[in-house]
Design a protein around this ligand. Sequence first.
Ligand code: NAD
Ligand code: UD1
Length: 339
Amino acid sequence: MNILVTGGAGFIGSHTLIELYKAGHTAVVADNFSNSNPESLRRVAGIIGIPEVPFSHVDIRDREGLEKIFAAHRFDACIHFAGLKAVGESVEKPWEYYENNIGGTLTLLDVMRRHGCKNIIFSSSATVYGDPAEIPITERCPKGRCTNPYGWTKSMIEQVLTDLQKADAEWNVILLRYFNPVGAHPSGRIGENPGGIPNNLMPYITQVAVGKRKELGVFGNDYPTPDGTGVRDYIHVCDLAAGHVAALQAIGRRCGVGVYNMGTGHGYSVLDMVKAFVRVNGVDVPYSIKPRRAGDIATCYCNPTKAKAELGWEARRSIDDMVRDSWNWQRHNPDGYPE
Ligand code: NAD
Ligand code: UD1
């Protein structure tokens, strides 16, 4: 298939491009590089062994820009990663998040249908479950109240896509609810490249390990979890990338709307992650216990069996693979991609 990959220069998009080409698909990337760098696409091309990954420097809110891409290519499906994703920033700049994430998606969907491309895989998030009603979380678990505008954009876009498919059965929609993507391609050539102070655990750990930050703050050790620190379902980004290829096959089978958790089904605490990182990589990660972070929940991990049963996909990589590959990327690229 030929796939439009919005946000393809970003962390998850760049890894997914590799899996797409490995599976015999081709791709065109649409990215405004607001949180990424074309260097990731050059490196992806090097890993795949092609001269370049075709891309357009375009904002998905730019209807004319998107029209040009659709005039030049025929797409079988779109994998839609493009969006802003910093939870704290979304609380400070809600309008910007709704406008970019929802406005961008609405424009994209309109251009897609005008060109007869009605197959989409959307990057949703475990955040749509809010404080989950049950653990492990299945897809039957009701969506909850999100604690921030970022989460609401994911929840609302899921609704838009579901309603669109209900009204027009030509659409095939896959909503992938990612748990906590970490790790990097084993080559160490591409990885997660957060600007400023990382919000998420793994990039913070790797930046402490490489000496860019003094110590990790562990946000709370009084949760009702085995060691008191927050428990999450970390998933290797290469496994998550492969999940998108599996989802494309479901689109080929005309799936209607499909909702899938993308996680391993295992929960690890903050201290489990720190200890694994130190053990596998032999580097020190100083940390101290800090107060809980507002909006955090104690435990979040999924039941991933629906994706296995219906998509034939499951995560294969271990926590050791995750911490090794995260560190391999960071130590070879202490400042991320060169500007
Ligand atoms: P990322 O920031 O690395 O990638 C997003 C890409 O989208 C970037 O390359 C950015 O430049 C681009 N982009 C943003 N707005 C755009 C616009 N208006 N037009 C064109 N391009 C635009 O993030 P990621 O970690 O790769 O996440 C990809 C998707 O998965 C996002 O939608 C994110 O919300 C979702 N997601 C991520 C996580 C996670 O922990 N990384 C978890 C759940 C869901
Ligand atoms: C974050 C997002 C959530 C998104 C999810 C998956 C926030 C508040 N939430 O959630 O919307 O769906 O990623 O991408 O950003 N931790 C520390 N110290 C740190 C950083 C994190 O102790 O410096 C702890 C957290 O308290 C948590 C765990 O590590 O227990 C994981 O945190 P993080 O990586 O931010 O992911 P989530 O909280 O799951």
